[in-house]
Ligand binder design. Structure first.
Ligand code: S3P
Length: 438
């Protein structure tokens, strides 16, 4: 899909409105997976109609699960039970989705049949050793391409053993792959994290009735139970909301309400950092929905100053660094990011992609192996390459709002992986964003 659609984003604003952001990507993937393995029928509302999460739903179709889509953002999943999946006749295409591939690897390692997982060009370059290593320790058999890259060939019929595992990287995907394999393993599986990551797998396993003990940094479960169908309400994705939060902050005279945004504390590190920079973001109508805290966010423009991003916030805002680079570029003073080497192995090398793009717009950025130092200034116009990375494309669309001239962004098709309808929604709030070239 990538390589075809480019955008032109023109200085514009103010940013106004009352908007609904699509459903959370992480929760949508997990809802399909656990509903598919449950006994009975589960209804999902707020499901993200993105290419990544649709690829996961298609994968379970290929594994013999019947999933209906009665209307957009709804799915009815007829669960087949923990041992009810059947072999996919063709390799399973995870598209652009690291979450889809890594979680499926854990889950398929415990099946009685063989599976092959493939992905697009970007996913085919992403490291899989991080899941292969602990799953192999549990008894799985997974073959990869040289460099531990996809496609992954997972042998079925292996007897898995529980494991006590401390991942060397802070990764909810790794933690989740191990826990999902643990459903099929003999004995207890424990994951211990130095820096706690998002806990949606743990919360959702509990909601589907699987006994699990978890608190920030540790999760333990044992094999041999069953999942019971349940209905899942998916909140709006904080990571998608982040582009609009920064847009309304940067453009003078803006005021924007974002409805029912998921505010899981393991996701909202950006709020703390933006507030430390001087942002005016209020939480209204705070409540619990589907076991997650949600609130409307009301954002008013504010002048930002640079900060040192505390290293402990990094896992809680891992997907928000591209848009933080834009906030930092438009802030007064210097912003320093450290401890974020994981950004180099996301859908693109996000440190290099953001540093190169901002330099092309006249901002001084020094790259470091695990972060960057960004000197706030006045953004100019110019051409940037998103490298087919959805979050890089949307970040530069926001940058253009406060640039001196238009910004041309290459390779934007993959925005559909996480944020279908971004261009129309952005323009409805005051962006001047055009698609060009097909
Ligand atoms: C995700 C975890 C994060 C994040 C990704 C979604 C998840 O990856 O970057 O977009 O749903 O578990 P890591 O856990 O590998 O950092």
């Amino acid at each position: 899909m990538s390589g075809t659609i480019g955008w032109t984003s023109t200085p514009a604003g103010p940013i106004h409105g009352d908007i609904v952001i699509p459903g959370d990507k992480s929760i949508s993937h997990r809802a399909i997976m656990l509903a598919a393995l449950a006994d009975g029928t589960s209804r999902i509302t707020g499901f993200l109609e993105g290419e990544d999460t649709r690829a996961t739903a298609t994968a379970f179709g290929a594994l013999g699960v019947s999933i209906e889509a009665p209307e957009p953002s709804r799915r009815v999943v007829h669960g087949v039970g923990l041992h009810g999946l059947s072999r996919s006749r063709a390799p399973i295409d995870c598209g652009n989705a690291g979450t889809g591939m890594r979680l499926l690897t854990g889950l398929l390692a415990g099946q009685s049949f063989d599976s092959t997982l493939t992905g697009d060009v970007s996913l085919s370059r992403r490291p899989m050793r991080r899941v292969i290593e602990p799953l192999t320790r549990m008894g799985a058999s997974i073959a990869a391409e040289p460099g531990d890259l996809p496609p992954l060939r997972i042998r079925g019929g292996r007897a898995l053993q529980g494991v006590d595992y401390a991942p060397p990287v802070a990764s909810a995907q790794v933690k989740s792959a191990v826990l999902l394999a643990g459903l099929y393993a003999k004995g207890e599986t424990t994951v211990r994290e130095t820096h706690p990551t998002r806990d949606y797998t743990e919360r959702m396993l509990a909601a589907f009735g699987w006994p699990i003990a978890f608190s920030p940094g540790i999760a333990t479960l044992a094999g041999g139970h069953r999942l019971r169908a349940t209905d899942v309400v998916v909140p709006a994705d904080f990571s998608s909301a982040a582009f609009f939060i920064v847009a309304a902050t940067l453009v003078p005279a803006s005021e924007l309400r974002l409805r029912s945004i998921g505010l899981n504390p393991r996701r909202t590190g950006l709020l703390a950092v933006l507030r430390a920079m001087g942002a005016d973001i209020r939480e209204e109508r705070k409540r619990e929905e589907g076991g997650e805290s949600v609130a409307d966010l009301v954002v008013r423009s504010a002048r930002l100053r640079g900060v040192d991003v505390p290293v402990e916030h990094v896992p809680d805002m891992i997907d928000e660094f591209p848009i933080l680079f834009i906030a930092a570029a438009a802030a007064h003073g210097t912003t320093t990011i450290r401890g974020a080497a994981e950004l180099r192995v996301k859908e693109s090398d996000r440190i290099a992609a953001m540093a190169n793009g901002l330099r092309a717009l006249g901002i001084a950025v020094t790259e470091t192996p695990d972060g960057a130092v960004i000197e706030g200034g006045r953004l100019g116009g110019g051409s940037v390459d998103s490298l087919g990375d959805h979050r890089i494309a949307m970040s530069f669309a926001v940058a253009a709002l406060v640039a001196k001239d238009e910004v041309r962004i290459a390779d934007c098709a993959n925005v559909a992986t996480s944020f279908p309808g971004f261009v129309a929604l952005a323009n409805s709030t005051g962006f001047a964003l055009r698609e060009r070239g097909r």
